[in-house]
Design a protein around this ligand. Structure first.
Ligand code: HSE
Length: 337
């Protein structure tokens, strides 16, 4: 499968790293050759029909900041849309930074790829939470695969899990911790009394926060995930603007200590139900499945047949998110052959 990656930030680099680690194993297990034919960032691209070396790509990006410095095959200044028009590939991995204002440039990248008959895998929450129906409809009209497991909960299985493992059930509501950065901050504040801003800086250094971290702390990132879940597993037709959102910036060390005294933790919870779309800090019982630490995410799906099903996993992180992208690529390969 010829793959084109647009975006070489934390997630894109994680994908390249996972390709380097797993290419041989995936070929052996599934007959799928992950052939990275192009990689683009905002300043150019590296393009090679015979395949780029993901290790060299990572080294080039990390050392020089630009994929266009890739030896021999670097193309400085070429735009991502030009790459998508000029390169022969089968599947786009779209991992540019989330833009919650208009979903760009990711929306244009994905629509172009789909209209050109290419499948798309993404972790990009902006376009999914603003233009979900347009993207899914364009994929259907062009008979291509469109997968986005990595957009919600990183490595925590939820979208494909609901569609495949719980396929006979109606999902009545979803309730969960859907943002790793705020969970990291809140659990560090609760356990070690770490100051808010210092912990936020650490989350940025770990590459788990969004490019603009206010998307995490103001609840925007979690709200995007609520929308993606509502649309994809509850068949609603909503956008980010339909969610009532409150972030964690008003949570003080004193309120955390007070909650702990009563046996509770404060967590940022996202909920999608037939009558509410909401993100807000709420109390969860210490020792409950929701008392997870660090970058863990957790979600309970309320179903008609299976009652409550709860999933847990690392909600953020470059390799963790790339693991979900890899599984989407494998399932496209299995579906298309
Ligand atoms: N910034 C996001 C988080 C990344 O902290 O959960 C994963 O979507």
């Amino acid at each position: 499968m010829r793959i084109c990656i647009i975006g070489l930030g934390a997630v894109g680099q994680g994908v390249a790293q996972v390709f380097a680690m797993k290419r041989e194993r995936i070929k052996k297990d599934y007959g799928l050759d992950l052939n990275l034919v192009a990689a683009a960032d905002s300043r150019g691209a590296a393009i090679c029909g015979d395949g780029l070396d993901p290790r060299l790509l990572l080294e080039t990006k990390r050392n020089s900041g630009k994929v266009a410095n890739y030896p021999e095959y670097g193309v400085p200044g070429i735009s991502s849309l030009e790459v998508l028009d000029g390169v022969e590939y089968d599947c786009l991995v779209e991992v540019t930074p989330t833009n919650i204002e208009d979903g760009e440039p990711a929306r244009s990248h994905m629509l172009k790829a789909m209209k050109n008959g290419k499948s798309v895998v993404t972790s990009n929450k902006g376009p999914l939470s603003l233009f979900f129906r347009e993207l899914v409809g364009t994929a259907q009209n062009n008979d291509v695969e469109f997968k986005f497991e990595a957009s919600v909960g990183g490595a925590m299985p939820i979208i494909n899990f609901a569609h495949e493992t719980l396929s006979g059930c109606e999902i009545k509501s979803v309730y969960g911790i859907l943002n790793g950065t705020t969970n990291y901050i809140l659990s560090r504040m609760a356990k070690e009394g770490s100051p808010y801003y210092q912990t936020l800086n650490e989350a940025q250094e770990l590459g788990i926060a969004e490019t603009n971290p206010s998307q995490d702390v103001d609840g925007i990132d979690a709200a995007c995930k609520v929308v993606i879940l509502a649309n994809s597993i509850m068949k609603r037709d909503v956008t980010y603007k339909d969610v009532d959102v409150e972030g964690i910036s008003r949570i003080t060390p004193e309120s955390i200590a007070l909650a702990q005294k009563e046996g509770y933790l404060i967590k940022l919870i996202g909920e999608a139900s037939p009558d509410s779309l909401e993100v807000s800090p709420r109390l969860v019982r210490e020792g409950s499945p929701f008392s997870v630490d660090g970058t863990m995410n957790v979600a309970t799906l309320k179903t008609d047949l299976a009652d409550d099903v709860t999933v847990v996993g690392r909600g953020a992180g470059s390799i963790e998110t790339a693991s979900a992208i890899l599984s989407d690529l494998i399932s496209i390969w299995k579906a298309r052959g």
